[in-house]
Ligand binder design. Structure first.
Ligand SMILES: [Zn+2]
Ligand SMILES: [Zn+2]
Ligand SMILES: [Zn+2]
Length: 273
């Protein structure tokens, strides 16, 4: 699987929309890897994980072709990950979609409801089929790719998930918008041989126990995977989903993570799983 990390920020982006904090001002000054858009991923041009308000910008920036998307996979319904208003433009009159094109959207109940709130027509009008996810139930994503939603520890008002994606024995864990996993998730991961792991680092150097992880949380989570034998020998562990409230710029994050053998994601980072 070819993975493109399109965005690496928490909800408000970095620099944040209206923010004058030091971390945002420094990011504006330095640019480069310090500019972070809302989290999303492309896998092999055919699959996308999350569709937030920067999706259109991602299309322009990375030359993406959403007309070729076959599966859109949503982790949860928070607005930085799911901006269903833009799906409206898949409808006739706004876009000429290839006649045989069908896009599958996989999400929880709240993802479904938010789509219906802003897209008043039947899903057919958008050439979309909605698939309701259930944690632990396998998803067939075509071309030999299997996805499994695993329970995240994020927001108890909806069924938030992370995803394990496997193709040809290579496995990717997309683990943003989660705090410390509950035991069933650790148990599930214990049976894996993960080649690439992305973990939530929203809090940066300030570690809080709930909803997200920070720098030390990412190290602890990696160690927990190692302890449970869940990491392949070539495993790459990458921190992502950063908030400006953490204050550490890209270089600061790299300094912290380098001795732990953990990489720091940036917008536009590409890797082969
Ligand atoms: Zn988020
Ligand atoms: Zn700020
Ligand atoms: Zn969230």
């Amino acid at each position: 699987m070819e993975l493109l990390i399109c965005g690496t920020a928490a909800a408000e982006g970095w620099p944040a929309l209206f923010c004058i904090c030091e971390a945002c001002e420094r990011a504006r000054e330095l640019g480069g890897k310090n500019i972070r858009t809302r989290a999303a991923y492309m896998i092999d041009d055919r699959l996308r994980v999350d569709f937030g308000p920067d999706s259109y910008m991602h299309q322009l920036k990375y030359g993406l072709r959403y007309d070729k998307l076959e599966h859109l996979i949503l982790t949860h319904a928070h607005s930085d990950h799911w901006y269903p208003t833009d799906v409206h433009y898949r409808r006739r009159g706004y876009s000429v979609v290839p006649p045989d094109s069908l896009m599958y959207i996989w999400g929880n109940e709240k993802v479904y409801q938010r789509f219906e709130q802003v897209n008043p027509d039947h899903w057919d009008s958008y050439k979309i089929v909605y698939k309701r996810i259930t944690p632990w139930r396998r998803m067939d994503l075509g071309n030999g790719v299997i996805g499994v939603p695993i329970a995240a520890a994020h927001d108890s008002s909806e069924e938030c998930v992370n995803y394990v994606l496997t193709e040809n024995g290579r496995t990717l864990l997309i683990g943003h918008d989660t705090g410390w996993y509950e035991e069933p998730t650790w148990m599930y991961l214990s049976g894996q041989s993960l080649n690439v792991v992305l973990f939530d680092c929203t809090y940066g150097p300030n570690d809080y126990p709930r909803g997200h992880l920070g720098c030390t949380g990412v190290v602890r989570a990696r160690d927990e995977l190692a302890k449970r034998g869940a990491l392949a020998s070539d495993a790459r562990v990458i921190a992502t989903h950063f908030s400006h409230n953490g204050g550490w710029l890209h270089e600061d994050l790299e300094k912290f993570f380098a001795p732990h053998g953990i990489e720091v994601a940036y917008d536009g980072m590409k890797l082969t799983v």
